[in-house]
Structure formats: structure tokens, C-alpha cells
Ligand binder design. Structure first.
Ligand SMILES: Nc1ncnc2c1ncn2[C@@H]1O[C@H](COP(=O)(O)OP(=O)(O)OP(=O)(O)O)[C@@H](O)[C@H]1O
Length: 952
């Protein structure tokens, strides 16, 4: 809602702005009354006490046992000797007076019969109205109109308290005002005295009856409503005059009562039943609202809740005063009231400033709106879909921030563990046995860290994919309307995101989650190779009919684009290699190589291959969100360090020349912190052409980028790489130390002829000559366990390809074996494993694996040519015309654990899909836990040996 603009006083305007979108919890106050004379005479005991301003305590816990809490905390509690003025001022005053700023307010009194509701509400109403009149007197620049109405709900019938007529009034649903009482008298107040008169009329009219518990028990719910309209005198009658209009409700509910205690019968009993029933509905509504606004809220089950709907969960600020009797005999009712109060604490309302326009202003406003809609019809403007995407993108950013927090937390824990190990190592000095024990411990930690790392990486990659896709959507298609299918002459993009489609919940990777069966289903009924066009989702499934030029998609082929990117290596590359389209030379930077690989790929696709990359259409590089990992030779550091640099043209916001599309005004982009902290993952580029010797140039390039401080990962922010760096370093040092001590150890072992388990086995692996048989045995076991534990195919692939039998790999195999054995044991015991802060069950692992398979099947569309795919279908016995061929193929990967050739081929296919090629060493480092210093020989021995052609 707007403000009243020029016509309002600055102070007023400020109030409106501050409250214009106020979303807040209901203010819940508790008032304990003193024991009444009757109670004192009847030897009643006060069991309840306010121990401070916010807590009320039940003192007689012995009687109650321990089943109920004894202390209850609220926004404010008031002891028995508190005056109503104090209750008003410290309690609902602020909420009630919002009404003068155009904000609806409601003040309720809720509690059992005779607990002091009427006593409290009478005072609150009077003080509020006095303050309102005071406000009016102090704001002569505004003209105020006050209207008053009063009704009661007696035995579920509505009566006008300002009329002598006893007829029951009807409730009507007004599209603008909500539920209204038909024909209720509304008096325009002349002054304070006039209101007092009306209040006394109400008092006389209201149904009061005597019960055992209260001489003057209110037998109805009373709602007094004061409506305040105000306009600036200066603008009165003018075209642009607007009016603030809001109501404040004073609700004095009838009290819940037990027939046995109230000793009611006949009419009183009937009244009591109605009262209890409507209070029950109110309680149910409050309880449901307290759990969030999901599902059906039964407002319509009683007239009371229908009328109070805005106050309970809508456009109003609300305060509830729960009144309590302290007496022991009412403990049960008091507890019920407190339970109601506890639920009410959780309910949120969303108050807005209510501005009413003059007829002229309204006409003018409508004319403007009409003109805007007409112009939108002529040229569709960025609309709902953009907003949808923007909202989703923000959600993703929040998710990223949450993950960032998790990583921070994990890092803290890691640091703690690390420092404990360091302390321990210092404490035990040179004692070999103890050092070995500590090393074993470190190894255990490393295996856990490895696990956590992989989970975090997976999650991060997924979210970045999603996030990047959304960003590309927003940048590229600001004019796109709605969701789902969208066609035009140049492109046909069919995708569906956000994930609501066909009545079933969609997962981000193109599966449907069937809520009933709890299973994920691939979109069906479509030819596999075409299914992406209609059913697939971001990030992999979007299909663009690529007959358009790259320019039309916002991509500038011009190499000049690259210079905009603040990567120094590009300049070097130009100097070394002026022909940007020539094949990659050894001297060419990896960054440049990858960019050009992208360009070549894109050009090829533009020339015939109609499968285009989802990110190509927005000025991003391929896989713009992917991260490039370089090995940086830290000369000052003894350890290998992973650094990240941004992909070229990673985002339009990072130094590229993509012209603004207007959307920037609507969404300023992702927070800088997020963009910088999570650079793109780069499992990309046709890196089969990159040789190991290229590493050096990439090392230099990345180092240069880092030195210039252009676009590197934020040092302060823990990344997954940093996450393991500390442990890695520690483990390395320990290993070096042990290598030094190793000869002594060997001699000792020979002497004692005793074989320790654990670390000795590890050291054997490190120090004895390579044992191919043992390696193969371990590898076979690991493959079986991967299968049994539904381990990620990408993980299997990395592991399989990175660790090929080098003696130093055996540490890894040990760690993986332990991890998997633990996992399998956990699954078979039907226990829950904790992995990366997530609970892991056999069922969840199956689901995750399925999701990954779907993701890989989507990647097949982009990473393999049609010809390559067909060759694979034939080789793997999949009918060329069968449905969901890609998924069929992916489902067969890693299936035959006994057949080494099958495993190798599966790994090669997955590697191709995830573009493993240039990551060999980097990923090995990400597995994180190299115990050895880097050496050229090791790099060679562990490097990626598949060539592009050998993959398929
Ligand atoms: N805080 C208080 N201090 C002193 N007396 C109080 C207080 N609260 C209530 N009383 C007295 O207790 C009696 C019952 O109060 P009241 O009628 O307001 O209760 P009620 O909750 O409205 O009951 P019902 O639901 O039956 O209408 C009255 O005599 C009132 O004066």
C-alpha cells in the first residue's frame, strides 16, 4: 500500500512507511487477577505467580506432577496488583494506536469465566479511545471521522448492541471488506462524551447473567469497532486527496466455563455450550495458524472466527490479553488459557496501511493503470515469469548462503579437531606408538572429512547449476510470459520451472516426485531424444532449437568480448598467439583454451548440431557457473593449493560487455558476496586436448589472476578446498615425519615381529613395493561396496580414474574401504548414517543415485553427439527407437561389478559426461587428502590417461 504522499505530515508519512508492510507475530499478554473476595472466603489458594515481566509460574508442581510445564513466557505478563492503565500502556497501547496511521488493529481478551476479561477490556477501550482523541486534538492539520459500531454474538446469533431491535443480523461476504455484519448500526462520533454514551448503551444491551463463578458473567462475545478515517485538510476535496481508513476492534470474549464449576443449567447451560463451542473453533484456528498458514483454516466454522479472520491472520495488528484466575480450583482452565496463549504467540499477521482514494483520484489512478496494461499488451514487459525466476534465484542465493554457513560450521569443527590433534602430537613428542595412534585417528577424521566434502560439493554444484540457470533465464528472457512452453520464430524453448507441473512435484532434474508412492519418476510418454524438448527441466533439460544466430541469443562471437574479462592471461595469450582461432598451443593459457573450446563447440553447434548449451544464450560461457580449478604452485607454501578463477564472461555483471536488458533495474543481481564466494565450477571444455604441460601455464595464469586480485575466491570465506587444506597439510607433515622414521620402524618391526593393525597396514602400503594383487583386490571390494551402498556414479568415476594402483594410492583405498564398510554396516543395521550433516539412509541413497542418473542422462544430450549416443546404444544393447534411451543407458552404467571392462567403460562415459578430463590432479586434491608432497612423477602417474577418442 502506498503512503499518502504530499498530503501527509512528515511524521505521519514516516509512521505509514514504517508500518506499510508490517508482518509480525500477535502480541500476547497475560494478566493474572488477584484472588476474589469470594475465593478468599472459600479458602482458595493462589497457585500462579508472575516471577518477572514475562514469565508466569505454577507453584504447586507437586500436585500437578511433571507432565505440564510450570513456567510460561510471553511478551509481557502482569501480576494481580497491576492497574489496567499499566496493562494498557505496557501492553496493547502501541498496537491499538496503529489505527490512527491507517492500520487495522484488534485487541482481544481471552480467558475463563470470571478471570477479568470485561474488567480489563473496559479499561483498555477507554484508554485507547482517550489516546485517540488526544491524537486527534494534536493533529489539527488532519480531518478525522470516527465511526462506532458494536455487536455481540450470543448463542451464535449476531445482535446489534446499538439498537433496541433484537433481530439477529446476517453476515455478508464483501469482496472488498471481507466479512461484514449486514445492517449493523454505525454511529459517527461527535466527541468523547458521545462515545461514552454509546459504550454505556452497549453495556446495558449486552447479555449478562449470573453464574456461580461470576455475578455479572458476560454470556456473549462483544465486538466494539471504532473506524477512523483521516485526510489532510489541505487536500480535502482536491483531486489527489486520499484518506487513511482503519478500524480497531475491542473484543471481549465470553469466558470458557465448566458447567460443573459454573453450576449452570437451563439457559446458562445452553449459553455455556455455545460459548465453549465458538471458543473451541477459535482455539483450533489459532492452533492451525500457529503451525504456519498451510492447509485449510476453518474460519467459517463460527461467526466469531469469520468476523475476526483479518485480526487472526490477515491485515491487522493484534494483541491478545489472556486473563487468568490464580486460584487452585481453576488450574485446568488456566492451563488451557495458557496453551491458547502459547499458540497465539506463533501466529503472524500482516498489517498494511489502508489508503482510500477520492473518486477523482481513483479515476485518475485507474486511467493510469489502464494505460499501463494496454502498453504491456502491445509489448510484453518483464512479467510474472521473470518475477518467478527472480524469486527463485533469491531463494537459491539464500540456499547458497545457508550452505556457506554450514561450511563455516564444518570448518570450525575441523579446526577444533585439528588443533586437538596438534596438541596431542606435541604432547606425545617422539613416542612412535603414540604417534601412530594419533595418525590413525587423523586418518579416521580424514575419511569423514572426505565424505562431508563430497556431499557438500555435490550440493553446491547442484545449487550453482540451478542458480546459474535461473540467472541466465532472467538475463536472456526478460519478456517471457508465464511458465512452460514458449515458442517463437527463432527459438523454441520448452521447459518447466519452477517445479510445479502436471500436478506432480518436480525435482530440479526432470523427475517427478510421486508423493503417494514416494518414488521419483522420469517424464514418460515421450521419445527419449525428444523428451528433453518438452519435459526436461533446468539445468540440463532445456532445449533450444538452435537455428538462430548466436547474436540473436545475446552471444557475441567476437573475440573482443574476451578482453572485457578481467583475466590477465587473455592479454598474454593475445601477445603469444594473435590468431585466436588457431589450435591451442602449449603456450596458450588454459583459460583461453577453454574459452575457445567453448566457442568452437558453440560454432559447431550453430552450424548444424542443433543441441545447444543452456547457458550459451545469455552471454555466459558454456557452463558459466562451473568452477575452474587450477593447481597453483605456491612457492611460499609447501602444500598444493587449489585456487579458483572465474570463467570468462561468467556473468553479465562481471566485466562483460553484454548490453543491459533493462532487467537490472528490477533485480540488481545476486549479492556480490555470493557471486564471489562461489565461482563457477568448470568441469568443462574439450580438455582432452590439454596436456599435462599445460598445467604450468594455467598455474601461472591463475597465479597472475590471484596476484592482481581480480576475480578470485574470497580468502576469508572457507571453500571446500580450504576446508580440507588444513588437514591435508597436517597429514602431509605427519607422513613426511613418518617417512623419516620409517627405517627405524621397519627395524623395530622386524625385531618384535609384531604387526600392528591400522597404521602399520597403511605404512606397509606406503613403504612396501607396489602390490598389484592387493590393489586389485581392494579395488574389487570397493566397486562391490559402491554398488551396495548406491554411491554416486561421479564419485565412483573420479575415484576409479584417479587411483590406479600407485603405491601411494593405497591410503586412499584404505580410507574408502573403511568409509564404505561403515556405510554398508549402517544401512544393513537400518541405522541412519550422517553424511555431511545429512541423514543418510539406504532409501535416501537410492533416491540420490536416481537423481544423479537422471542428471547424467540429461548431460548425454549435451555432451555426446547424436552419433556417439547411437553408437553407445548399439553397443549396450539399447534399441535405437526405444523410449528413454539415455536413462536406460545411464541405468546400466556401473551395473556389472564383476566385469572390469564394463567398469572401465562406465567410468569413461561418466567422465566424458562430467568433463573430468583436465581435473585429474585437482580432483585428486579435492579428494583432498594427499599424504605426499606433490611431485612431477606422481602427477604423471596419476594423470588422466584417456584420450577423447578412447572414451567412446
Ligand atoms: N485485575 C483485577 N483486579 C481486581 N478485580 C478484578 C480483576 N479482574 C477481574 N476482577 C474482578 O473479577 C470479577 C470478574 O471479572 P470479569 O467480569 O471481568 O470477568 P470475565 O472474565 O469477564 O468473566 P465472564 O467471562 O464470566 O464474563 C469482577 O468482579 C471483577 O471486578
Amino acid at each position: 500500500m502506498g503512503s499518502i504522499g504530499a498530503e501527509s505530515s512528515p511524521k505521519m508519512e514516516k509512521m505509514q512507511m514504517a508500518a506499510s508492510t508490517r508482518e509480525e507475530k500477535i502480541l500476547v499478554l497475560v494478566r493474572l487477577r488477584p484472588l476474589s473476595d469470594r475465593e478468599i472466603m472459600g479458602d482458595e489458594v493462589a497457585d500462579w505467580e508472575c516471577i518477572n515481566d514475562t514469565t508466569v509460574l505454577y507453584r504447586n508442581t507437586l500436585r500437578e506432577g511433571s507432565t505440564f510445564p510450570s513456567a510460561y513466557t510471553f511478551d509481557r505478563v502482569f501480576r494481580g496488583d497491576c492497574t489496567t492503565r499499566k496493562v494498557y500502556e505496557d501492553g496493547p497501547r502501541e498496537v491499538a494506536l496503529s489505527v490512527v496511521s491507517g492500520i487495522n488493529a484488534s485487541i482481544f481478551a481471552y480467558g475463563q469465566t470470571s478471570s477479568g476479561k470485561t474488567y480489563t477490556m473496559n479499561g483498555i477501550t477507554e484508554y485507547t479511545v482517550a489516546d485517540i482523541f488526544d491524537y486527534i486534538n494534536r493533529h489539527e492539520e488532519r480531518a478525522f471521522v470516527l465511526k462506532f459500531s458494536a455487536i455481540e454474538i450470543y448463542n451464535e446469533a449476531i445482535r446489534d448492541l446499538l439498537s433496541a431491535d433484537n433481530t439477529s443480523l446476517r453476515l455478508l461476504d464483501d469482496p472488498e471488506k471481507g466479512t461484514v455484519v449486514e445492517k449493523a448500526t454505525e454511529e459517527t462520533l461527535r466527541d468523547w462524551n458521545h462515545l461514552k454514551e454509546l459504550l454505556s448503551v452497549c453495556e446495558t444491551q449486552r447479555r449478562i447473567g449470573e453464574t456461580f463463578l461470576n455475578e455479572k458473567s458476560s454470556r456473549s462475545h462483544q465486538i466494539l469497532r471504532l473506524t477512523i478515517e483521516s485526510s489532510s485538510r489541505e487536500f480535502l476535496g482536491k483531486e489527489n486527496s486520499t484518506t487513511l481508513s482503519a478500524t480497531v476492534n475491542f473484543v471481549d470474549l465470553a469466558g470458557s466455563e465448566r458447567a460443573s464449576q459454573a453450576l449452570s443449567s437451563g439457559t446458562r447451560l445452553k449459553e455455556g455450550c455455545h460459548i465453549n463451542r465458538s471458543l473451541l473453533t477459535l482455539g483450533t484456528v489459532i492452533r492451525k495458524l500457529s503451525k504456519g498458514r498451510t492447509g485449510h483454516i476453518n474460519y467459517r466454522d463460527s461467526k466469531l472466527t469469520r468476523l475476526l479472520q483479518p485480526a487472526l491472520g490477515g491485515n491487522a495488528r493484534t494483541a491478545i490479553i489472556c486473563t487468568l484466575s490464580p486460584s487452585r480450583s481453576h488450574v485446568e482452565q488456566t492451563r488451557n488459557t495458557l496453551l491458547f496463549a502459547c499458540c497465539a504467540k506463533e501466529v503472524t499477521t500482516k498489517a498494511q496501511v489502508n489508503v482510500v482514494m477520492s473518486d477523482k483520484a481513483l479515476v485518475k489512478h485507474l486511467q493510469k493503470e489502464l494505460a499501463r496494461l494496454e502498453s504491456e499488451l502491445r509489448s510484453p514487459a518483464p512479467a510474472s515469469s521473470t518475477n518467478d525466476y527472480t524469486t527463485l534465484l533469491r531463494k537459491k542465493d539464500l540456499q547458497i548462503q545457508k550452505m556457506e554457513k554450514e561450511i563455516r560450521e564444518l570448518t570450525k569443527q575441523r579446526d577444533l579437531a585439528e588443533s586437538r590433534i596438534q596438541d596431542l602430537l606435541q604432547m606425545i613428542g617422539q613416542d612412535q606408538n603414540s604417534r601412530r595412534t594419533v595418525s590413525c585417528l587423523a586418518l579416521e577424521i580424514l575419511s569423514i572429512v572426505n565424505d562431508v566434502l563430497m556431499v557438500m560439493l555435490d550440493r553446491l554444484i547442484y545449487v550453482l547449476f540451478e542458480s546459474s540457470f535461473l540467472q541466465s533465464e532472467i538475463s536472456q528472457n526478460p519478456n517471457r510470459q508465464g511458465r512452460g512452453r514458449w515458442d517463437d520464430d527463432e527459438c523454441s524453448v520448452s521447459e518447466s520451472y519452477p517445479p510445479t507441473y502436471g500436478g506432480a512435484a518436480r525435482t530440479p532434474y526432470g523427475t517427478h516426485f510421486n508423493g503417494e508412492s514416494g518414488t521419483y519418476l522420469q517424464d514418460s510418454g515421450l521419445d527419449d531424444d525428444h523428451s528433453d524438448a518438452t519435459s526436461s527441466l533446468m539445468p540440463f533439460g532445456k532445449k533450444i532449437d538452435g537455428s538462430h544466430s548466436r547474436q540473436s541469443l545475446g552471444i557475441n562471437d567476437d573475440e573482443e568480448d574476451c578482453k572485457e574479462v578481467q583475466c590477465i592471461e587473455m592479454e598474454e595469450t593475445r601477445q603469444n598467439n594473435p590468431d585466436h582461432h588457431s589450435p591451442i598451443s602449449n603456450g596458450e593459457s588454459e583459460v583461453h583454451a577453454s574459452v575457445r573450446a567453448e566457442q568452437e563447440l558453440t560454432t559447431a553447434q550453430g552450424n548444424g548440431d542443433r543441441e545447444a548449451h543452456p547457458f550459451q544464450n545469455n552471454g555466459f560461457t558454456n557452463d558459466a557457473m562451473e568452477q575452474r580449478l587450477h593447481l597453483v604452485d605456491g612457492s611460499s607454501s609447501t602444500s598444493m593449493k587449489l585456487a579458483m578463477s572465474w570463467s570468462l564472461k561468467e556473468s553479465p555483471t562481471i566485466g562483460d560487455s553484454t548490453p543491459p536488458n533493462g532487467l537490472e533495474r528490477k533485480y540488481a543481481g545476486r549479492p556480490e558476496s555470493v557471486r564471489r564466494r562461489y565461482p563457477s565450477m568448470m568441469y568443462d571444455n574439450d580438455a582432452a586436448r590439454l596436456t599435462r604441460s599445460d598445467s604450468q601455464s594455467s598455474i601461472e595464469s591463475a597465479a597472475t589472476v590471484e596476484t592482481r586480485g581480480v576475480v578470485t575466491a574470497d580468502e576469508d570465506i572457507p571453500t571446500v578446498e580450504n576446508f580440507v587444506a588444513g588437514l591435508k597439510e597436517m597429514a602431509k607433515q605427519e607422513y613426511e615425519k613418518q617417512l623419516g622414521d620409517n627405517q627405524i620402524l621397519e627395524a623395530e618391526k622386524k625385531k618384535s615381529n609384531v604387526k600392528d593393525i591400522g597404521l602399520d597396514a597403511m605404512l606397509d602400503e606406503l613403504t612396501t613395493p607396489d602390490s598389484p594383487l592387493k590393489f586389485e583386490r581392494q579395488q574389487r571390494t570397493i566397486i562391490e561396496l559402491w554398488h551396495a551402498c548406491n554411491v554416486s556414479l561421479v564419485h565412483r568415476t573420479y575415484f576409479f580414474l584417479l587411483f590406479k594402483g600407485d603405491p601411494l594410492d593405497s591410503i586412499y583405498l584404505e580410507v574408502e574401504l573403511r568409509r564404505l564398510s561403515f556405510l554398508k554396516e549402517t544401512f544393513s543395521d537400518a541405522k541412519h548414517g550422517i553424511s555431511g550433516g545429512q541423514t543418510l539412509t539406504l532409501a535416501s541413497s537410492v533416491k540420490t543415485l536416481h537423481r544423479e542418473r537422471v542428471m547424467l542422462s540429461k548431460l548425454m544430450q549435451r555432451r555426446l553427439s547424436g552419433e556417439e549416443r547411437n553408437r553407445l546404444y548399439q553397443k549396450w544393447g539399447i534399441g535405437l527407437n526405444s523410449k528413454r534411451r539415455k536413462l536406460q543407458l545411464v541405468n546400466r552404467l556401473w551395473g556389472n561389478t564383476k566385469d572390469v571392462d564394463h567398469i572401465a567403460e562406465s567410468a569413461a562415459i561418466v567422465a566424458k559426461l562430467v568433463r573430468f578430463a583436465e581435473q585429474g590432479q585437482a580432483l585428486k586434491e579435492m579428494f583432498g587428502l594427499s599424504f605426499t608432497p606433490p611431485s612431477t612423477t606422481r602427477m604423471k602417474s596419476l594423470g588422466w590417461t584417456y584420450s577423447k577418442s578412447s572414451l567412446l
